[in-house]
Write a protein that binds this ligand. Structure first.
Ligand SMILES: NC(=O)c1ccc[n+]([C@@H]2O[C@H](COP(=O)([O-])OP(=O)(O)OC[C@H]3O[C@@H](n4cnc5c(N)ncnc54)[C@H](OP(=O)(O)O)[C@@H]3O)[C@@H](O)[C@H]2O)c1
Length: 265
């Protein structure tokens, strides 16, 4: 089994990578920091597992494209894609990516939209295969008249919008991939886990990384979960109403296609 976990140099993603490797998966470790990535590969190898690190900054769509090309070159199959990399910058001013998009929207959502799209042929070839989108219970509706939040910006709104986009994307994938053997799920892993993201936001952690990892592992391993489902921890949950609005999902799909089109920039 080949498994790719984005943002596995720290926090939840690192724990998922360790658990997958312990179960015998060949793990593709990803992040921006080569030192931490290589250290995790060594740790996995020391425990008898197999892993390789790839560096890609999701604030650059060109990096995402190169990353997907490298995976297609180096692996004949891909059984699991965990879209986990993420940022939360609640008290910082609005920032834009190298491609000109609001930073949370790009790193948390758009980069994963593009990566998933580029890796779909490999996932389909390896079916049954799964996509798990690590979203959040913090969900803010997308204003399609201002998806880049140029007015009334707040970091919380930007984070919430990017996370709801991941939930909507999961439902889009479930519809579009029906019958291919590739299924997609999303979840809120746990509330305020003890990770860099939470500590750097000045929030006192309330749960462990293990709790979040248990929830992600359930979506990776359990049979019989409804395709496109959204979970909170170990239980099925209701996402924000916009996730169930077919027209909004279609708008998000069109917008995402446009923003990631190689001809846009
Ligand atoms: N912590 C919580 O309580 C909580 C709750 C709900 C949902 N979540 C979600 O869980 C996921 C993991 O969060 P975490 O708490 O484990 O955070 P974390 O410890 O800060 O880890 C984030 C990971 O994402 C990577 N990353 C950040 N920016 C990147 C970029 N521009 N390009 C590529 N990789 C990038 C980081 O890599 P570097 O090593 O390069 O920084 C790191 O590996 C996120 O999607 C988050 O939204 C977390």
């Amino acid at each position: 089994m080949v498994a790719l976990v984005t943002g596995s140099t720290a926090g939840l993603g690192r724990e998922i990578a360790l658990r997958l490797a312990a179960r015998g998966a060949q793990v593709i470790v990803h992040g921006r920091d080569s030192e931490r990535g290589e250290a995790l590969v060594k740790e996995i190898e020391k425990r008898g597992g197999r892993a390789r690190f790839y560096r890609a900054d999701f604030a650059r769509l060109a990096d995402v494209r190169q990353f997907a090309e490298a995976i297609q070159r180096d692996y004949a199959r891909l059984d699991l894609l965990v879209n986990n990399a993420g940022i939360a910058l609640p008290s910082q001013p609005r920032q834009i990516s190298a491609d000109g998009y609001e930073l949370h929207f790009q790193v948390n959502y758009l980069a994963h939209f593009l990566l998933t799209d580029l890796l779909l042929p490999l996932l389909e070839k390896s079916a049954p295969a799964r996509i798990v989108n690590v979203a959040s219970g913090a969900q803010t509706p997308i204003d399609f008249n201002d998806p880049q939040i140029e007015t009334n910006y707040s970091g919380r709104r930007a984070y919430g919008q990017s996370k709801l986009a991941q939930v909507m994307f999961t439902k889009i994938l479930a519809e579009r991939l029906a019958g291919t053997g590739v299924t997609a799920y999303s979840l809120h892993p746990a509330t305020y886990m003890d990770t860099n993201m939470v500590r750097q936001s000045g929030i006192k952690p309330q749960t462990t990384v293990d709790e979040g990892a248990d929830a992600v592992m359930q979506l990776i391993t359990k049979e019989g979960i409804e395709n496109g489902a959204y979970y909170s921890g170990l239980k099925p949950a209701k996402a924000h109403a916009q996730a169930y609005d077919k027209e909004a999902r279609e708008r998000l799909w069109q917008l995402s296609r446009e923003f990631t089109s190689p001809t846009t920039k």
